[in-house]
Design a protein around this ligand. Sequence first.
Ligand code: NDP
Length: 290
Amino acid sequence: SGKQPVTVIGLGPMGQAMAGTLLDHGHPVTVWNRTASRANALAARGALVARSAEEAVAAHELVVLSLTDYAAMYDVLEPASAALAGRVLVNLGSDTPERTRAGARWAAERGAVLLSGGVTVPPSGIGKPESSTFYSGPRAAFEAHRTTLGVLTGTDYRGEDPGLAALHYQIGMVMFWTSMLAYWQALALGRANGLTAADVLPHAVGTMTSMPGFLRFYAERVDAGHHAGDVDRLAMGLASAEHVLHTNADAGVDTTLPETVVALFRRGMAAGHAADSFSSLVELLTGPTA
Ligand code: NDP
């Protein structure tokens, strides 16, 4: 076909979507998965199924890994070590920046180059150019393969440090998990008061839709270290956060999350920020830096 051949190792929902998308675009694809049956549907669509991870790695220069984490990469690739020299490993499993950097060193010691990726969409977003994946690692390897990787999702190269893709991924995930927990808390409070998720939805969407304005307003001030209490004061924020806590407690709803919010506001007060903006909590959260 003239299209670059690709090995895909790891056929969970993400790996299956990636291998399928590459096949749809005419790329020869070799696959391998620990649980062999997960390759059946791809084989029917034209993928070659390797008999071992080593055979899969040996098949093509470009090896996409879609595994749970970096520990799984070692489990899969240790037995394939003999085939690793000269390979470009594109690890699209998520993990911490530190574990990603260790993975890049591990690959280099075996003569391979590791590009790390953080995919920001679920399997349904694979194959859509408007989707995005953070990449980091050696620029030359990324540039050499960006066209093929661009078949999977849009590509957002963050730099040579292999930990950068994971860092940007985790910056998004810390917001995703806490925001979704905030939504579950709101739905629990609604339910305890006879409201369904459908009842709460328009209000919840409205609240989330207002957030970008807050993000933009505070970004510039935080970067300038400007936490003046001219638009909001931490003391006012604490009173409001306590109302949230008591509303949940009165309804018999779990208070772990609102208690944590109140505790952080109180620590900011104790640190002397009562008259500052609640953005001063960024300083508290950052902690003492070296
Ligand atoms: P799954 O957990 O469904 O798939 C994991 C894959 O890793 C399977 O192929 C599994 O093999 C393999 N695996 C795990 N541990 C080992 C091991 N010790 N040895 C060999 N193989 C192993 O995950 P997904 O496909 O959903 O996701 C893959 C990666 O993509 C994850 O890192 C995830 O965080 C990330 N991601 C996922 C998103 C999603 O919406 N699903 C969104 C963005 C990122 P087996 O089939 O044998 O179990």
